[in-house]
Ligand binder design. Structure first.
Ligand SMILES: *[C@@H]1O[C@H](CO)[C@@H](O)[C@H](O)[C@H]1NC(C)=O
Length: 364
């Protein structure tokens, strides 16, 4: 029996390897398509003033305790009331955690998950960020080019909790994006190769898209090298170290992603696909908004939106890629996500500080 299991595992690994080669080949092909770099558009003083005025209004306006989550719950099944943002070794794992494979669950990875949780802090040892009574405002800082030139940094830094995504850099961009980071949420390939956060309070939220991601997280927590075998499964260079103490790591509950996909975006239940993606994996940004609703009372977005009126806004605040790149990828369904976010902003569940999703402060 163990031999059979081993053989089966080997077979899976071989198939995985073949798929990884295909992915790499297709990435090289996609990468070769020439795309014209975007010239940086100018943000007018008026535009800047309008956005700043709105962010002040949000920061100084009413804060409803559990406001964003309560409002999201009206779209969610009753079981969502008990959703936990992170997994802990001293807490019972949710029953349906092993229903689907990553990123929607940990099917087949029971042992690996328990091993990893043993290396992370227990919930009882972690100093909780949320302090009971006080109403907390979160901002999820997306990596959108719309942030560029708006000089929102100092206002973003005034939020209680600041969630940043993947490699979203600070450094030369702090005037636009701020310098505090409460949570950096990322999967291995998206994580900064060289760590960017100087904030001593930063927590790293590890997101698992595939089983090898668990091995990588474990290597990062324990300051060990990633095995050569594991390297083969990453589609892009991954960092060799994250300079944070083990107690600063959190493992995202994959049910947060499942809930985002199935209940908020109403995607069909995940089915095994031999090749490619079903456009049923939410972008990290929408999953982060769902996580934020569990960590804070009021949730705001900044730097979100791909369908912008100015065609010369770059995709990211830190590069010159055109926005069209996002429409060409097949992993995420950008249009469905945009519709969900628009309805959440219009329904006052969340606020959109930069107006790229739905502009509640624009004149026209
Ligand atoms: C962010 O910048 C402000 C103003 O320059 C500074 O006082 C603060 O220490 C910085 N915080 C971090 C986490 O770097």
């Amino acid at each position: 029996m163990p031999l059979l299991r081993q053989l089966r595992q080997r077979l899976f690994l071989l198939v995985g390897l073949a798929l990884a080669c295909l992915v790499m080949a297709s990435l090289v092909l996609i990468g070769n398509e020439p795309s014209k770099p975007v010239e940086w558009h100018h943000v007018s003083a008026e535009q800047k003033q309008q956005v700043h005025k709105y962010v002040h209004k949000v920061l100084e306006g009413e804060c409803r305790l559990r406001g964003s989550r309560q409002s999201l719950l009206s779209l969610l099944p009753a079981s969502s009331r008990a959703m936990q943002p992170f997994l802990w070794r001293d807490k019972v794992l949710p029953d349906n955690l092993f229903q689907y494979p990553p990123p929607f669950g940990f099917r087949g990875l029971e042992g690996k998950v328990e091993d990893l949780l043993d290396q992370l802090p227990a919930e009882s040892e972690s100093q909780s960020e949320e302090s009971g009574e006080r109403c907390r405002r979160c901002v999820v800082v997306g990596n959108g080019g719309i942030l560029k030139g708006l000089e929102l940094g100092p206002l973003i830094d005034r939020f209680d909790t600041i969630i940043r995504l993947n490699s979203g850099p600070l450094g030369e961009f702090v005037a636009d994006v701020g310098n505090r980071t409460s949570f950096r949420m990322s999967y291995p390939e998206g994580t900064p190769i060289r760590w960017v956060d100087r904030d001593p309070h930063t927590l790293f939220v590890a997101v698992v898209y595939k089983s090898v991601d668990l091995s990588w997280i474990s290597a990062m927590v324990n300051k060990l090298a990633v095995s050569l075998w594991d390297w083969l499964f990453f589609w892009q260079k991954v960092p060799k170290e994250i300079p944070l103490d083990p107690h600063r790591f959190r493992l995202l509950n994959p049910l947060v992603i499942k809930e985002t996909a199935l209940d908020l975006l109403k995607y069909p239940t995940p089915r095994p696909l031999l090749w490619g993606w079903d456009q049923n994996v939410p972008t990290l940004g929408v999953s982060a908004l769902n996580l934020a609703s569990l960590l804070c009372d009021e949730v705001s977005l900044a730097g979100f939106g791909y369908n912008l009126p100015h065609q010369n806004v770059p995709l990211h605040y830190y590069d010159h890629q055109p926005i069209g790149v996002m429409q060409k990828q097949t992993m995420h369904n950008v249009d469905t996500e945009t519709r969900l976010l628009q309805s959440l902003v219009k329904g006052h569940t969340i606020t959109d500080l930069t107006g790229g999703i739905y502009c509640s402060f624009c004149s026209s």
